[in-house]
Design a protein. Structure first.
Length: 191
């Protein structure tokens, strides 16, 4: 079983990675999560120059992590390379990037959004949406009459309606979710 620590840029990512569903997925892949999912509170804190990042990486190493996986949003960066070069790098770290934002993965989970909106729903290109939070807010207002007041509360709502990264990764146009799961599988199989 490979031991992996997770560092994320925000609260929504932490909620999703700490979920019962994601933890069950890790077990099926023979992955043991080391320590807590660390919310580094913003992408600026993910840089190698960030003392907080250096401290958190070392804490995960000291706790026995073989690998440290960093999950960060792409936002409006011009390329994956730019984003990866901004993030702390070491031989035992892997950076995964949610295209636009983690909330694009929510748009990709057709089953969960259909349940939440109580109608058949499918977004054709979730990662093409520049601001998925705004899109989800508008859609939720349209279908339920209420928007998204708080991103973390909405992440919990998505989980309670059945959201899984696996379903997001199954969407034809959500390759970043698929890459995230594939990276975890690769790290587990290399052990």
């Amino acid at each position: 079983m490979v031991k992996i620590g997770f560092i994320v840029e925000g609260g929504s990512e932490k909620i999703i990675l700490k979920s019962v569903e994601f933890q069950a997925y890790l077990r099926t892949q023979q992955i043991e999560q080391v320590g807590d999912v660390i919310d580094i509170d913003g992408k600026g804190n993910l840089r190698a120059s960030s003392q907080r990042m250096n401290t958190q990486v070392q804490l995960l190493r000291d706790a026995g992590a073989t690998w440290i996986v960093v999950l960060r949003d792409m936002d409006s960066a011009p390329s994956f390379t730019v984003v990866k070069n901004e993030v702390y790098q070491a031989t035992d770290t892997a950076t995964c990037i949610a295209v636009q934002a983690l909330e694009a993965w929510f748009l990709a989970d057709t089953q969960t959004l259909s349940s939440l909106f109580q109608t058949s729903f499918e977004h054709p290109s979730p990662e093409a949406v520049t601001n998925p939070v705004d899109q989800l807010n508008a859609l939720r207002k349209q279908f339920t009459g209420r928007g998204i007041g708080d991103k973390k509360a909405f992440a919990r709502t998505m989980l309670s309606c059945g959201f899984t990264i696996e379903r997001a990764a199954a969407h034809l146009n959500c390759p970043s979710a698929r890459y995230f799961l594939t990276k975890l599988q690769t790290l587990a199989s290399a052990n």
